[in-house]
Write a protein that binds this ligand. Sequence first.
Ligand SMILES: [Zn+2]
Length: 119
Amino acid sequence: MDLRRLTKFFAGPSPHLSREDAMKIFKRDKFKCYYCGLDGLRDFESWLILTIDHVHPHSKGGQRSMDNLVTACQPCNLLKGKRVYKSHQEARDYVLAQREQWRQIYRKQVKATQTHSAA
Ligand SMILES: [Zn+2]
């Protein structure tokens, strides 16, 4: 267990934001992932994985302003990565395409597992 990561986790949904600022974004977005639409108020597990995403990455000079910040679930945040996009829409399209690719890998694996266990 990497204790620095643990500290970061407990410090809030983004290492660059206060809890108060994060809450403003969550409330504006109604606790839904900007990319996939996951509803963070559906259950505890969904709420737990909500993060704040800098659409234009903080590490690439992205601002900490309300219009550069969106609610994102951890998987979408990870899939989006540190790329720079022309617009919010382009970022969303990219993440949704990535999710679709992973969904197909998932389906293949589940199928392979089921075929294997049935044999
Ligand atoms: Zn998501």
